[in-house]
Design a protein around this ligand. Sequence first.
Ligand code: JJ1
Length: 439
Amino acid sequence: VHEFWSTQPVPKSSEVVVADGPLHPPLAPELIPKVPHPLPSGMEWCLVDIDSPNEMNEFHDLLLNNYVEDADSMFRFNYSLEFLRWALLPPGFNKDWHVGVRESATGKLIAFISGIPVDIMVRDKTIRMAEINFLCLHKDMRSQRMAPLLIKEVTRRVHLVGIFQAVYTAGRLLPKPVSTCRYFHRSLNPKKLMDTGFSQKLDGTQLAKLVSSLRLPILTSIPGLRAMRKGDVSQVRKLLNRHLKTRYDVLPVFRTDAEIAHWFLPREGVITTYVVDDAEAPGKLSDFISFYSLASSVLKPAGVARSKGAVRKPHGVRPQTTHATVNAAYLFYYGTKTDYGVSLTEEEKLACGGHKKEKALVKEKENALIGARLTDLTRDALILAKEAGFDVFNCLDMMDNAMFTRELKFGPGDGYLRFYFYNYSSRSVPAEKIGFVML
Ligand code: JJ1
């Protein structure tokens, strides 16, 4: 069934993985081709220079018209130029991993795939990987078996620097996910979401009820909450690495302050990070939370062409096309010290009567504290996102997110995100143990 994936080092869909490890060992250098895989005639490989405004415009355009859509083709991701620079130029990036394909005759950019380096921990092992993203083929080039060529070419370039594992996500089901996460959405602008078809149509009374049930406080509630700045970088690194390592089974390792500065220092229209600067110990951070900005274009619904003579759907079922985009904030990473030093009272220990039960009770107390804290942090993030003009706040059911989605009135979406490894077979990981966010 999978003409391409059945030739690749990934587990078969039918396979139940019982132990973790690479599917093949590192390749000897002489086995890695030194020149690109051939392309069909009329096409050629290129690099997309992320520092070139012209080339970035071409790349941005390719994504704007051809990148990921929802299942009903009502919305398409609309990554901004500044966002793409942020995503593709982290410390240690490799320009050879910003791979494009051009049409020889016209020079037009018709396909793209990228990688960035990342250290991923899978349970107790840390593995240098390529994080593969932004695979995009022009709509006119679909079903020409081009995606396998792009994947093989970026793989070759990753192999050349001695990296033999990769991580990637897709909405689609491929062989074989290490984890499946579901999207959750928290409406901040219910009227606009309804008008664009992002959420269910309601009549006036229902909408009024919904608006009132979704009302948020005007002001954030956590004392000492403020935007992150340069001086916070090294504390955020420790807070984040510790949170990820103690809570999850799949997580990135942030090795340097430069990486934290890159991924978390606020960039307008791209990434927002707030820290909690403890009033009792000024300068000592207790928590942080971050979200990134990713709009989706509202696509013209089929059969609702606005040209003259178009067949009009009856009023009421026709989504209004007055909004060009839905502005979404996506929850990125967070960290909290809230669970430090949870201990049992003497009574609780006595009632436990066993080391195992004591540990379970400590975990339970930690979870209750963390859940309450993350609820407060995320509620404040919702308030900040609404204030900043976002229409919806999105997250997945990964990390500890299920601890607050219900109380904060997130609802499940119709999209899923599956996590995959290349050349690493891993036992499956439940969504709440995934601690790695892909853009
Ligand atoms: O955004 C998504 N779904 C929306 C819109 C659905 C439109 C009809 N298909 C959705 N809306 C319901 C919102 C409602 C708000 C109030 C609370 C209850 C819910 O469900 C979905 C995610 O749910 N997005 C996509 O499908 C986009 C693609 C996702 C896969 C991404 C793959 C990335 C690969 C590269 O790394």
